[in-house]
Design a protein around this ligand. Structure first.
Ligand code: PGA
Length: 252
């Protein structure tokens, strides 16, 4: 049975003190909540991963990285390896975020290599994908999403899928204040689950968590999270204030 996940992607926000403060506030807020079958995840910037992992020790919080390199080690200036993440207690990584795809030219080929490397290290992957506004206007959104999944993930074995969390994030809804309607989210999530069932089987499809991302906030979370195939959210802006993030966790 799949669980629910509320994941905060802090992006390039919060210095060391802001990161540890926010993490401590979330930890304190969670102490009075019953989190049955709910996973809370936060993804600070890489330089603060270790400090946040320290602060959240003992709390039901998964600390995730926002990115990693596909190579084991070597001459890749500025990059971070799976092993380095694991050495500071981080075993979860977000891959394929639309900002990585758009600003850092991450394509399917590269992402497939990153996925392979993360799995090699038994890491959990939050794999992001989603269509652009033009794709939706041209009614190509299902094709685009299908290709993004096929190209980066459909070479995996059914067992590999135990390490995969999907995050459907329509690019037009990220940081724009514009959200997919609950019906649009449900429609796409059901399509994705069906696609996985066709390529693998019902069991893999039913077990995989599919998160929605794109301007989720306390005022719209309940309706989105209540959709049958929406298993939680990947949250940017609203994850930067503990009050909002905790409200999102309560909404699930
Ligand atoms: P947003 O970002 O919640 O600020 O739209 C979501 C994301 O990029 O994961």
């Amino acid at each position: 049975m799949r669980k629910k996940i509320v994941a905060g992607n802090w992006k390039m926000n919060n210095d060391l003190s802001a990161s540890t403060t926010l993490a401590a506030e979330i930890k304190a807020g969670l102490s009075s909540m019953a989190l049955t079958d709910i996973e809370v995840m936060i993804a600070p910037t890489s330089v603060n991963l270790q400090a946040v992992a320290e602060v959240t020790k003992g709390a039901p919080i998964t600390v995730a990285a926002q990115n990693m390199h596909y190579a084991e080690n070597g001459a890749f200036t500025g990059e971070i390896s799976a092993k380095m993440l694991q050495s500071v207690g981080v075993n979860t990584v977000i891959l394929g975020h639309s900002e990585r795809r758009a600003y850092f030219n991450e394509d399917a080929n590269l992402l497939a290599k990153k996925v392979e490397q993360a799995l090699e290290h038994q890491m959990k992957i939050v794999f992001c994908f989603g269509e652009q506004l033009e794709d939706r206007k041209e009614n190509q959104h299902f094709n685009v999403v299908e290709n993004q999944l096929r190209d980066a993930l459909f070479q995996l074995t059914p067992a590999d899928w135990q390490h995969i969390v999907l995050a459907y994030e329509p690019v037009w809804a990220i940081g724009t204040g514009e959200t997919a309607s609950p019906a649009q989210a449900q429609e796409m999530h059901a399509f994705i689950r069906e696609l996985i069932a066709e390529h693998y089987d019902e069991e893999v499809a039913e077990d995989v968590c599919i998160l929605y991302g794109g301007s989720v906030k306390p005022s719209n979370a309940k309706e989105i999270f209540s959709q049958k195939d929406v298993d939680g959210g990947l949250i940017g802006g609203a994850s930067l204030k503990s009050e909002d993030f905790l409200a999102l966790i309560k909404a699930i």
